[in-house]
Ligand binder design. Structure first.
Ligand code: UDX
Length: 422
């Protein structure tokens, strides 16, 4: 098929490379000329495991091309994937202006039966509203809601081996056309109406955010009653109704999706007259989690952070990415800095404005009163803890990811405070 992908961001690039890999001819439309030039020069503007070889292979077969003009990109396209940003606006609602602008731009340019595929995360009801907009503009283009479920760091794998495909269409014919792209995957396809498809995306992310926040709450409680959260969650996760995934306690969720999507769903609910109290409580508890970690660090530093040095391992919102958007690590760092601490951070991939980065994990702990581990990079588990102790001024490790083995840390002459471990 001829497919256009609009937006060479993280979702658009993975989608375009993945569709080319499946044998389709893909034209990628991107408004940023520098990005187009760098893609044409064979560069990959973002780091995502497996993306560079996939793009390279697509280039090799001549099945992918890059365009500054969207009308050029959609010429002869059977399907147009809209992979545009939908950031939170000042009220927490999703900003749909990018999508609206491109739909307006393409409404009368695409071939009459072209299917516009809304890949971006958009609030329930958006595709219905866009459909009406197309009709008002006199366009006969078709429209489908087809949310993505790509995790940063495993996005290529998530594209090629998804748990499920969700397609929300007004007509079965359109749903079938999009579903057919994935026929060889042999995974369940949920065909539904557009609003339900949009709900599935928000429901999935909000449920996952709630689930890990619940695990964090259990960790806090385990700590208070003297239970061990690692054993508790092992026992809980073995119930087949619950399962073991997404139950790791940590410093709260971050990244480009969960914070934005949970807030947006609350606003969607409010606009529809439903008070989503449960989700509001999740967001509140998540916020508290970072405060709790900051308080642990403060207590470890003797109750006052003024003039204290905190070595920070990790800035990225999770391991395997250089993304610091809404990162719990950077947000906790700022809480500490606001209370007078000097924070010296090390992250293998990420850096953050306003937070001092050092060249190695050991440099980060030089003269530190406390070491805080905020991102679960596996390389942090192999650092010589005797050397860490020698370089630190204090003795305490606050492990907000339960990454290290408490006995090993204590064996090196350090004090260990994890989450939910007595
Ligand atoms: C998420 C969704 O998983 C994906 O389907 C959606 O399309 C985009 O948002 P991503 O933001 O890349 O993907 O991160 P994910 O791996 O889901 O983790 C989100 C946050 O939860 C991270 O801050 C992570 O550290 C945290 N987390 C995750 C935990 O604290 N504990 C867990 O058990 C799992």
């Amino acid at each position: 098929m001829n497919i256009a992908v609009i937006g060479a961001g993280y979702v658009g690039l993975v989608t375009a490379a993945g569709l080319a890999h499946l044998g389709h001819t893909v034209k990628l439309g991107e408004a940023n000329p520098d990005r187009v030039a760098s893609l044409e020069a064979g560069e990959v503007p973002i780091f995502e495991v497996g993306l560079a070889p996939l793009l390279e292979a697509a280039r090799g077969t001549g099945r992918i091309s890059f365009h500054i003009s969207n009308p050029t990109a959609v010429k002869d396209a059977d399907l147009v994937f809209l992979c545009l940003p939908t950031p939170a606006d000042a009220t927490g609602r999703a900003d749909l202006s990018f999508i609206r602008r491109v739909v307006d731009e393409l409404a009368l340019v695409v071939e009459p039966e072209t299917i516009l595929v809304v890949k971006s995360t958009v609030p329930p009801g958006t595709t219905v509203a866009l459909h009406k907009r197309l009709a008002d503009l006199g366009s006969s283009a078709r429209l489908v809601a087809h949310p993505e479920f790509l995790r940063e760091g495993t996005a290529v794998e998530d594209f090629l081996q998804p748990d499920r495909i969700v397609v929300g269409a007004f007509e079965t014919l359109d749903a079938d056309a999009v579903s057919a792209l994935y026929a060889d995957f042999g995974v369940p396809v949920v065909q539904t109406d557009p609003t339900s498809a949009e709900m599935i995306k928000y429901a999935s992310n909000s449920y996952l955010a709630a689930r890990l926040t619940f695990a964090n709450a259990l960790a806090n409680l385990s700590e208070a009653v003297g239970a061990d959260i690692v054993d508790v969650l092992e026992g809980v996760g073995l119930d087949h109704r619950i399962g073991p995934h997404f139950l790791k306690p940590g410093p709260g969720y971050g990244g480009s999706c969960f914070p934005k999507d949970t807030l947006a769903l609350i606003e969607v609910a409010a606009d529809a007259g439903y008070d989503f109290r449960l989700l509001r409580a999740v967001i509140e508890a998540d916020e508290e989690q970072r405060q709790r970690i900051a308080t642990k660090v403060k207590n470890a530093a003797g109750g006052d952070l003024n003039g204290r040095t905190v070595g920070l391992w990790g800035l990225a919102f999770k391991a395997g990415t250089d993304d610091v958007r809404e990162s719990p690590a950077t947000r906790i760092a700022r809480l500490l800095i606001d209370q007078g601490a000097r924070v010296q951070a090390f992250d293998p991939e990420a850096s953050a404005p306003g937070i001092l980065s050092t060249g190695s994990p050991l440099e980060a702990v030089d003269g530190a009163d406390v070491l805080l581990i905020a991102t679960e990079w596996p390389e942090f588990t192999t650092i010589d803890l005797g050397e860490v102790r020698n370089r630190m001024r204090g003795r305490t490790v606050v492990d907000a990811r339960n990454l290290l083995d408490p006995a090993t840390v204590r064996g090196a002459g350090l004090e260990y405070f994890g989450l939910g471990r007595s």
